[in-house]
Design a protein around this ligand. Structure first.
Ligand SMILES: NC(=O)c1ccc[n+]([C@@H]2O[C@H](COP(=O)([O-])OP(=O)(O)OC[C@H]3O[C@@H](n4cnc5c(N)ncnc54)[C@H](O)[C@@H]3O)[C@@H](O)[C@H]2O)c1
Length: 453
């Protein structure tokens, strides 16, 4: 077995999906990174970037950037002083750090910025960055509100910038293989897609620890509040912002956006679902949040229905299933399986139990005369299907960043651009609209609004 193959035992170890257990052998996929920088990058082609927001994700992105060829971080910026050092440590460079992102936008030697700030801050930094002529990698979900998303698209188009939104699975080798299978038609007509992302820990529910030095001396509280409601200093709001509607979008904005982006990418969909219905509740993490800890949403898309769930009270991991008339494709954590169905014509076997023998035999004789077994029909369907896994230690974040920085160089539009990112983010807003208003959320494309159904 070659280097890029894995045995059944290894596959089950990599990901314990239901279909994985039936798989005999599979292929370990290769990272995309080299294709993102097809040639060695000349020093004159080095992309110089800065990170605005060096919290959890900002630091992850800075660390990932050290694995991308031809890029150089030249500054970091954050409202919380201690995150200046965190950003410098992540990028392994003592780059200048500040609390005011305009100092970065004013620099002529900065080609691009990463925006990794709380969701309610995305829009104004994004608009200012575009107006300053910077290309933008903006974290997901692109928008905090529907209105924000369309304003961001207008800003990007006015300034003609390269934009990439940060649902990194869109650049994953596993998702590229899934798209190849989907596009091949092997699944037949896909009418149902379901996905979940379940986790069961305080960290998974964003109950993050508050650093001991958090205070108004170390955090620019007014800048964090931005144009939102004025409130006295509260470190819980700052560090656990995802729990609160003024700053985040709960599970929909945090996790549904990845599932929707993945489903849209694989199925070649770049529209907003027509309508959504949500259910859920706050069952376990009851204190200190406005969002439910379980949410389920069913979306109507033109060609299929999508059912999503996030549950913070069970450790089920990440799953997307595509159910077609000819086969089933499952992504479970870092593995992918495709299982064909035997769709060869068969005589009716069930309902003729209610027929007398003579009629049964007459029917079967006629059926076999009308359906001769050709060689093609006699061939056995490969019931093992196909299995793939991302390589050990694979980072789709590195591939996603590589795609962005390569686009900054080539000026070629990326897949997860502002339109794609906005459509995925509206999917999150539909989910929350339906949940909080206890109604069907309908997308009105002409009015560019969500309305009650
Ligand atoms: N793609 C992913 O897998 C992924 C994972 C985690 C988070 N995210 C996204 O990344 C973003 C940041 O999330 P996080 O977990 O890092 O949050 P975080 O709270 O850890 O960090 C956000 C940082 O942004 C800074 N900030 C806010 N407004 C600012 C401003 N005006 N100027 C400078 N700095 C500012 C804050 O001071 C804070 O340190 C969010 O949009 C989140 O949804 C994406």
């Amino acid at each position: 077995m070659g280097n890029n193959s894995f045995t059944r035992r290894q596959f089950i170890h990599i990901g314990s999906g239901a279909l994985a257990a039936t798989t005999v052998a599979g292929t370990i996929l290769r990272p995309h990174l080299l294709s993102a920088a097809a040639r060695p990058v000349a020093p004159s082609d080095t992309v110089r970037f800065a990170s605005i927001g060096t919290g959890i994700r900002g630091c992850e992105l800075l660390e990932a950037s050290t694995h991308v060829p031809g890029v150089e971080c030249v500054a970091v910026c954050d409202l919380y002083d201690s995150r200046h050092a965190a950003g410098q440590e992540a990028v392994k460079s003592n780059v200048p750090a500040s609390g005011d992102y305009r100092t970065i936008l004013d620099r002529k030697d900065v080609d691009a910025v990463i925006i990794a700030v709380m969701d309610h801050q995305h829009r104004h930094i994004f608009e200012d960055a575009c107006a300053a002529g910077k290309d933008v990698y903006c974290e997901k979900p692109m928008s905090h509100t529907v209105e924000d998303g369309f304003a961001m698209i207008a800003a990007a188009h006015k300034a003609n910038r390269i934009i990439q939104i940060g649902s990194q699975r869109v650049s994953s080798v596993l998702y590229a293989k899934a798209k190849e299978i989907y596009d091949s038609g092997k699944l037949g007509e896909v009418t149902a897609i379901e996905a979940y992302w379940d986790r069961n820990s305080p960290s998974g529910a964003w109950v993050y620890p508050i650093p001991p030095n958090a205070s108004e001396k170390t955090i620019d509280w007014n800048a964090f509040l931005g144009s939102g409601p004025k409130r006295p200093f509260d470190p819980v709001l700052f560090f656990r912002w995802r729990c609160f509607r003024d700053y985040g979008e709960g599970l929909a904005g945090d996790l549904f956006v990845h599932l929707i982006s993945g489903i849209n990418y694989i199925s070649g969909t770049n529209v907003v679902a027509q309508r959504a219905q949500s259910s859920g509740g706050l069952f376990h993490f009851k204190a200190g949040r406005e969002f439910p800890d379980l949410i389920e949403t069913i979306y109507d898309y033109p060609n299929f229905r999508v059912s999503l769930r996030c549950n913070l009270n069970n450790d089920g991991g990440e799953f997307i299933g595509f159910y077609g008339t000819k086969g089933t494709m499952i992504i479970k954590d870092s593995t992918l399986t495709y299982k064909p169905q035997d769709t060869r014509p068969e005589p009716e076997g069930y309902s003729i139990f209610g027929w007398p023998r003579e009629l049964r035999e007459q029917y079967l004789k006629q059926w076999h005369e009308e359906h001769p077994r050709t060689a093609a029909l006699a061939a056995k369907v490969d019931e093992e299907g196909e299995s793939y896994a991302a390589p050990p230690g694979y980072s789709d974040t590195v591939d996603h960043e590589a795609n962005f920085f390569n686009a900054v160089r080539t000026r070629k539009v990326v897949t997860e651009n502002e339109i794609f990112g906005n459509n995925a983010a509206i999917g999150c807003h539909l989910s929350n609209f339906a949940y909080f208003n206890k109604c069907i959320a309908v997308w009105d494309p002409a009015a560019m609004k969500i309305v009650k159904g």
